[in-house]
Design a protein. Sequence first.
Length: 174
Amino acid sequence: MNTFLAHQFLGATSRQLETETFKVSVVDYTHRVSEEWHWHERVHISSILRGGNLESRKREDIQVAPGKVMVYDQGEVHRNRFTAHPSRNLNIELGEDFFGPDIEFAHLRLDESTQLEFHRIYFELALNDTQAAESICRQLQALFWKDPYRRGGEWVARLETLLQDRWDEFPSLE
């Protein structure tokens, strides 16, 4: 069984952004790669952008196609078979330092808005301006935030209360 250390993938990395707590990569699969069982050293999330494959886990096989988000806990054993070429994935690796009291792997939100968040991350990576790392970090944190309605911090809660209390007024931004 293969172990993939941080930043190792079966395909070729075409674009990437790395910080102390996470790494975002676009990985292309243009030819046949290993179909052996393997696991990743870090929490790993893949958003399928093009192509796909048959994902095997211990108890199930999952047909993976564009738009599908695959989540792997640290050390989770899996394999990828019958890859459709060319394929492209947006891969996100999260280090232990990414998580904290309000941001936990168990809180990962996978709903209809999740794929939109991954598209935003993909476009931030493509833009790669001076704010890309901070923007991607905030988007990733939003996916794992304990209370998704309070992910903006205390000031968002105070603003929400103010707007609800003064619904019939036009409060100034000053």
